[in-house]
Design a protein around this ligand. Structure first.
Ligand SMILES: [Zn+2]
Ligand SMILES: [Zn+2]
Length: 321
Protein backbone atom coordinates (compact mmCIF):
# COMPACT_ATOMS: atom_id res chain seq x y z
CA UNK A 1 0.00 0.00 0.00
CA UNK A 2 1.31 3.47 -0.79
CA UNK A 3 2.22 5.18 2.45
CA UNK A 4 -0.27 7.97 1.98
CA UNK A 5 -3.40 6.08 0.99
CA UNK A 6 -6.44 4.91 2.91
CA UNK A 7 -7.29 1.37 1.83
CA UNK A 8 -10.90 0.20 1.74
CA UNK A 9 -11.62 -3.48 1.17
CA UNK A 10 -14.80 -5.55 1.11
CA UNK A 11 -14.79 -9.02 2.73
CA UNK A 12 -18.55 -9.60 2.96
CA UNK A 13 -21.26 -7.68 1.10
CA UNK A 14 -24.43 -9.69 1.63
CA UNK A 15 -27.36 -8.88 3.94
CA UNK A 16 -29.46 -11.12 6.17
CA UNK A 17 -27.85 -14.54 5.64
CA UNK A 18 -24.83 -15.91 3.80
CA UNK A 19 -25.73 -16.95 0.26
CA UNK A 20 -22.91 -19.06 -1.17
CA UNK A 21 -23.30 -20.79 -4.52
CA UNK A 22 -22.48 -20.64 -8.19
CA UNK A 23 -25.01 -17.87 -8.82
CA UNK A 24 -23.48 -15.51 -6.24
CA UNK A 25 -19.79 -16.29 -6.69
CA UNK A 26 -18.82 -13.06 -8.46
CA UNK A 27 -20.19 -10.60 -5.88
CA UNK A 28 -19.80 -13.07 -3.02
CA UNK A 29 -22.10 -14.67 -0.47
CA UNK A 30 -20.53 -13.62 2.84
CA UNK A 31 -22.32 -11.24 5.18
CA UNK A 32 -21.16 -7.72 6.08
CA UNK A 33 -17.50 -7.03 6.73
CA UNK A 34 -15.32 -4.18 5.44
CA UNK A 35 -11.86 -2.97 6.41
CA UNK A 36 -10.50 0.54 6.38
CA UNK A 37 -6.74 0.88 6.82
CA UNK A 38 -5.23 4.24 7.49
CA UNK A 39 -1.54 5.02 7.19
CA UNK A 40 0.21 5.96 10.39
CA UNK A 41 1.50 9.52 10.61
CA UNK A 42 4.86 8.09 11.68
CA UNK A 43 5.34 4.98 9.64
CA UNK A 44 4.25 3.05 6.58
CA UNK A 45 1.11 1.02 6.74
CA UNK A 46 -0.07 0.88 10.32
CA UNK A 47 -2.22 2.97 12.57
CA UNK A 48 -1.21 3.99 16.04
CA UNK A 49 -2.17 1.53 18.73
CA UNK A 50 -4.69 2.43 21.41
CA UNK A 51 -1.91 3.93 23.50
CA UNK A 52 -0.75 6.07 20.57
CA UNK A 53 2.26 3.90 19.75
CA UNK A 54 3.16 4.78 16.19
CA UNK A 55 3.48 2.25 13.42
CA UNK A 56 1.97 -0.78 15.20
CA UNK A 57 -0.26 -2.66 12.77
CA UNK A 58 -3.91 -1.82 13.32
CA UNK A 59 -7.03 -1.59 11.28
CA UNK A 60 -10.68 -0.59 11.37
CA UNK A 61 -13.16 -3.41 10.74
CA UNK A 62 -16.75 -2.45 9.93
CA UNK A 63 -19.05 -5.24 11.11
CA UNK A 64 -18.28 -8.88 11.79
CA UNK A 65 -20.45 -10.84 9.38
CA UNK A 66 -19.05 -14.04 7.90
CA UNK A 67 -16.67 -12.03 5.69
CA UNK A 68 -14.49 -11.43 8.75
CA UNK A 69 -13.39 -15.07 8.56
CA UNK A 70 -11.64 -14.39 5.23
CA UNK A 71 -10.04 -11.28 6.70
CA UNK A 72 -8.61 -13.36 9.56
CA UNK A 73 -7.16 -15.88 7.12
CA UNK A 74 -5.65 -13.09 5.03
CA UNK A 75 -3.96 -11.53 8.10
CA UNK A 76 -2.49 -14.92 9.03
CA UNK A 77 -1.30 -15.71 5.49
CA UNK A 78 0.36 -12.34 5.09
CA UNK A 79 2.00 -12.58 8.51
CA UNK A 80 0.38 -9.34 9.69
CA UNK A 81 -0.12 -10.47 13.28
CA UNK A 82 -0.10 -9.26 15.98
CA UNK A 83 -2.72 -6.65 15.24
CA UNK A 84 -4.65 -3.99 17.03
CA UNK A 85 -8.08 -3.97 15.42
CA UNK A 86 -10.95 -1.58 16.01
CA UNK A 87 -14.22 -3.36 15.23
CA UNK A 88 -17.13 -0.98 14.61
CA UNK A 89 -20.48 -2.75 14.78
CA UNK A 90 -23.45 -1.11 13.07
CA UNK A 91 -25.72 -3.25 15.26
CA UNK A 92 -25.89 -6.81 16.53
CA UNK A 93 -28.23 -8.59 14.11
CA UNK A 94 -26.85 -12.00 13.16
CA UNK A 95 -25.49 -10.97 9.79
CA UNK A 96 -23.22 -8.39 11.46
CA UNK A 97 -21.77 -10.52 14.28
CA UNK A 98 -21.97 -14.15 13.20
CA UNK A 99 -18.46 -14.25 11.77
CA UNK A 100 -16.77 -13.11 14.97
CA UNK A 101 -16.32 -16.63 16.47
CA UNK A 102 -14.46 -17.59 13.28
CA UNK A 103 -12.05 -14.62 13.24
CA UNK A 104 -8.74 -16.45 13.74
CA UNK A 105 -6.77 -13.51 15.24
CA UNK A 106 -9.24 -13.48 18.17
CA UNK A 107 -7.87 -16.88 19.21
CA UNK A 108 -4.22 -15.83 19.20
CA UNK A 109 -2.49 -14.16 22.17
CA UNK A 110 -0.82 -10.87 21.35
CA UNK A 111 -3.71 -9.50 19.32
CA UNK A 112 -5.91 -6.73 20.62
CA UNK A 113 -9.50 -6.18 19.48
CA UNK A 114 -11.53 -3.20 20.62
CA UNK A 115 -15.22 -3.62 19.84
CA UNK A 116 -17.13 -0.37 19.31
CA UNK A 117 -20.86 -0.06 18.86
CA UNK A 118 -23.52 2.56 19.28
CA UNK A 119 -25.99 0.37 21.08
CA UNK A 120 -26.73 -0.30 24.75
CA UNK A 121 -23.71 -0.09 27.03
CA UNK A 122 -20.21 -1.61 27.12
CA UNK A 123 -21.70 -4.53 29.08
CA UNK A 124 -24.60 -5.07 26.68
CA UNK A 125 -22.21 -5.08 23.76
CA UNK A 126 -20.09 -7.68 25.54
CA UNK A 127 -23.07 -9.78 26.52
CA UNK A 128 -24.34 -10.04 22.94
CA UNK A 129 -21.00 -11.31 21.62
CA UNK A 130 -20.60 -13.55 24.69
CA UNK A 131 -24.12 -14.89 24.17
CA UNK A 132 -23.52 -16.14 20.64
CA UNK A 133 -20.50 -18.07 21.97
CA UNK A 134 -22.25 -19.87 24.84
CA UNK A 135 -21.37 -23.54 24.72
CA UNK A 136 -24.81 -24.52 23.46
CA UNK A 137 -24.09 -22.53 20.29
CA UNK A 138 -20.31 -22.68 19.94
CA UNK A 139 -17.56 -24.79 21.55
CA UNK A 140 -15.26 -21.96 22.66
CA UNK A 141 -16.46 -19.15 24.90
CA UNK A 142 -15.46 -15.52 24.45
CA UNK A 143 -13.50 -15.54 27.71
CA UNK A 144 -11.38 -18.45 26.43
CA UNK A 145 -10.12 -16.50 23.40
CA UNK A 146 -6.41 -15.68 23.40
CA UNK A 147 -6.62 -12.08 22.20
CA UNK A 148 -7.35 -9.16 24.48
CA UNK A 149 -10.92 -8.12 23.67
CA UNK A 150 -12.36 -4.88 24.97
CA UNK A 151 -15.80 -3.35 24.54
CA UNK A 152 -16.44 0.35 24.23
CA UNK A 153 -19.82 1.85 23.51
CA UNK A 154 -19.47 4.59 20.91
CA UNK A 155 -22.41 6.88 21.48
CA UNK A 156 -23.96 8.92 18.69
CA UNK A 157 -21.77 12.01 18.35
CA UNK A 158 -18.13 12.76 17.58
CA UNK A 159 -15.14 10.60 18.54
CA UNK A 160 -11.38 10.53 17.95
CA UNK A 161 -10.11 6.99 17.61
CA UNK A 162 -6.68 5.93 16.35
CA UNK A 163 -6.07 8.99 14.26
CA UNK A 164 -9.53 9.22 12.70
CA UNK A 165 -12.36 11.62 13.40
CA UNK A 166 -15.45 9.44 13.67
CA UNK A 167 -19.07 10.58 13.61
CA UNK A 168 -21.75 8.18 14.82
CA UNK A 169 -25.48 8.64 14.22
CA UNK A 170 -28.59 6.53 14.74
CA UNK A 171 -30.16 4.88 11.71
CA UNK A 172 -33.74 3.73 11.11
CA UNK A 173 -33.62 -0.01 11.76
CA UNK A 174 -34.73 -2.19 14.69
CA UNK A 175 -32.22 -3.01 17.41
CA UNK A 176 -30.33 0.28 17.92
CA UNK A 177 -28.43 0.63 14.67
CA UNK A 178 -25.83 3.27 13.94
CA UNK A 179 -24.05 4.62 10.89
CA UNK A 180 -20.47 5.89 10.85
CA UNK A 181 -18.45 8.53 9.08
CA UNK A 182 -14.66 8.23 9.14
CA UNK A 183 -12.72 11.42 8.40
CA UNK A 184 -8.98 11.02 8.02
CA UNK A 185 -6.28 12.65 5.90
CA UNK A 186 -8.80 14.95 4.23
CA UNK A 187 -10.90 11.96 3.12
CA UNK A 188 -14.34 10.87 4.28
CA UNK A 189 -15.94 7.44 4.10
CA UNK A 190 -19.54 6.99 5.32
CA UNK A 191 -20.98 3.58 6.23
CA UNK A 192 -24.77 3.42 6.45
CA UNK A 193 -26.06 -0.12 6.30
CA UNK A 194 -29.29 -1.61 7.60
CA UNK A 195 -31.39 1.48 7.28
CA UNK A 196 -34.57 2.53 5.56
CA UNK A 197 -36.25 5.88 5.06
CA UNK A 198 -38.75 7.14 7.60
CA UNK A 199 -42.20 6.70 6.08
CA UNK A 200 -44.12 9.79 5.13
CA UNK A 201 -47.51 8.50 3.98
CA UNK A 202 -48.81 12.06 3.81
CA UNK A 203 -45.90 13.25 1.68
CA UNK A 204 -46.64 14.44 -1.85
CA UNK A 205 -45.08 11.38 -3.48
CA UNK A 206 -46.29 8.61 -1.14
CA UNK A 207 -44.30 5.69 0.28
CA UNK A 208 -42.31 5.13 -2.92
CA UNK A 209 -40.66 8.56 -2.59
CA UNK A 210 -39.86 9.04 1.10
CA UNK A 211 -37.89 11.99 2.50
CA UNK A 212 -34.15 11.47 2.94
CA UNK A 213 -33.02 10.58 6.45
CA UNK A 214 -31.32 13.64 7.95
CA UNK A 215 -28.81 11.51 9.89
CA UNK A 216 -27.65 9.72 6.75
CA UNK A 217 -27.43 13.04 4.94
CA UNK A 218 -25.23 14.43 7.72
CA UNK A 219 -22.92 11.38 7.75
CA UNK A 220 -22.61 11.31 3.97
CA UNK A 221 -22.35 15.06 3.23
CA UNK A 222 -19.57 15.58 0.66
CA UNK A 223 -18.01 12.16 1.41
CA UNK A 224 -15.55 10.56 -0.98
CA UNK A 225 -17.40 7.27 -0.54
CA UNK A 226 -20.85 6.39 0.78
CA UNK A 227 -21.44 2.69 1.43
CA UNK A 228 -25.21 2.36 1.71
CA UNK A 229 -27.75 -0.38 2.24
CA UNK A 230 -29.48 -1.12 -1.07
CA UNK A 231 -31.24 -4.37 -0.35
CA UNK A 232 -34.45 -3.81 -2.28
CA UNK A 233 -35.74 -2.70 -5.62
CA UNK A 234 -38.35 0.04 -5.43
CA UNK A 235 -41.11 -2.47 -6.22
CA UNK A 236 -39.96 -4.88 -3.50
CA UNK A 237 -39.74 -2.10 -0.94
CA UNK A 238 -43.31 -0.88 -1.42
CA UNK A 239 -44.58 -4.32 -0.34
CA UNK A 240 -42.33 -4.28 2.75
CA UNK A 241 -42.97 -0.80 4.21
CA UNK A 242 -44.17 -1.19 7.78
CA UNK A 243 -42.73 -4.68 8.28
CA UNK A 244 -40.38 -3.10 10.81
CA UNK A 245 -37.28 -4.67 9.35
CA UNK A 246 -37.03 -3.20 5.91
CA UNK A 247 -33.96 -1.93 4.10
CA UNK A 248 -33.52 0.81 1.57
CA UNK A 249 -35.03 0.84 -1.92
CA UNK A 250 -32.69 1.59 -4.81
CA UNK A 251 -34.05 4.91 -6.06
CA UNK A 252 -34.05 6.33 -2.53
CA UNK A 253 -30.38 5.34 -2.11
CA UNK A 254 -29.37 7.01 -5.38
CA UNK A 255 -31.34 10.16 -4.41
CA UNK A 256 -29.63 10.20 -1.01
CA UNK A 257 -26.13 9.98 -2.49
CA UNK A 258 -26.84 12.73 -5.02
CA UNK A 259 -28.42 14.98 -2.39
CA UNK A 260 -25.38 14.43 -0.10
CA UNK A 261 -23.03 15.22 -3.01
CA UNK A 262 -20.87 12.15 -2.44
CA UNK A 263 -18.26 11.31 -5.07
CA UNK A 264 -18.85 7.56 -5.13
CA UNK A 265 -21.83 5.49 -3.99
CA UNK A 266 -21.27 1.81 -3.23
CA UNK A 267 -24.42 -0.31 -3.07
CA UNK A 268 -24.15 -2.74 -0.15
CA UNK A 269 -25.99 -5.37 1.94
CA UNK A 270 -27.23 -7.19 -1.15
CA UNK A 271 -30.37 -9.26 -0.71
CA UNK A 272 -29.49 -12.98 -0.44
CA UNK A 273 -31.90 -13.77 -3.25
CA UNK A 274 -30.01 -11.53 -5.70
CA UNK A 275 -27.85 -13.50 -8.16
CA UNK A 276 -24.75 -12.04 -9.84
CA UNK A 277 -26.75 -11.36 -12.99
CA UNK A 278 -29.49 -9.67 -10.97
CA UNK A 279 -26.87 -7.49 -9.28
CA UNK A 280 -25.40 -6.47 -12.63
CA UNK A 281 -28.86 -5.33 -13.70
CA UNK A 282 -29.49 -3.68 -10.32
CA UNK A 283 -26.28 -1.66 -10.68
CA UNK A 284 -27.13 -0.67 -14.26
CA UNK A 285 -30.54 0.51 -13.04
CA UNK A 286 -28.92 2.64 -10.32
CA UNK A 287 -26.56 4.24 -12.83
CA UNK A 288 -29.47 4.94 -15.18
CA UNK A 289 -31.35 6.62 -12.32
CA UNK A 290 -28.40 8.97 -11.74
CA UNK A 291 -28.12 9.72 -15.47
CA UNK A 292 -31.84 10.51 -15.63
CA UNK A 293 -31.31 13.46 -13.30
CA UNK A 294 -28.00 14.50 -14.87
CA UNK A 295 -25.86 13.49 -11.88
CA UNK A 296 -22.22 12.60 -12.55
CA UNK A 297 -21.81 10.48 -9.40
CA UNK A 298 -19.86 7.21 -9.67
CA UNK A 299 -21.95 4.22 -8.59
CA UNK A 300 -20.65 0.70 -7.93
CA UNK A 301 -21.94 -2.45 -6.26
CA UNK A 302 -19.86 -3.92 -3.44
CA UNK A 303 -18.21 -7.25 -4.22
CA UNK A 304 -15.99 -9.47 -2.11
CA UNK A 305 -12.34 -8.64 -2.73
CA UNK A 306 -13.10 -5.18 -4.12
CA UNK A 307 -10.43 -2.79 -2.96
CA UNK A 308 -10.20 0.98 -3.27
CA UNK A 309 -7.11 3.06 -2.52
CA UNK A 310 -7.87 6.64 -1.57
CA UNK A 311 -4.78 8.85 -1.70
CA UNK A 312 -4.56 11.12 1.31
CA UNK A 313 -5.19 14.71 0.21
CA UNK A 314 -2.23 17.00 -0.25
CA UNK A 315 -1.63 19.10 2.81
CA UNK A 316 -3.88 16.95 5.00
CA UNK A 317 -2.49 15.97 8.38
CA UNK A 318 -2.77 12.43 9.67
CA UNK A 319 -3.47 13.31 13.26
CA UNK A 320 -1.93 11.33 16.06
CA UNK A 321 -4.59 11.04 18.76
ZN1 LIG B 1 -27.96 -6.71 8.06
ZN1 LIG C 1 -30.13 -5.56 10.65
Amino acid sequence: MPQSAVRLRFWGVRGSIPSPGLETARYGGNTSCITLEIPSPDGPGGLEGPGGEAGSPALFILDAGTGIRSLGIDLLRNKRLPITAYLFLSHTHWDHIQGFPFFAPAFIPGNHIIVHGGMGSDNELASVLTGQMLHRYFPVSLSELGAVIQFQRTEPGEHKIAGAHITVAELHHPGETVGYRFDVGGLAVAYCTDTEPYPDPDGPDGPAHPPIDENVLRLAKGADILIHDAQYTDAEYVTKVGWGHSHSPLRYVVRTAIEAQVKQLILFHHDPIRTDDHLDAFLAEARAMAREVGASIQIDAAAEGMEILLPVKTGAVLAAV
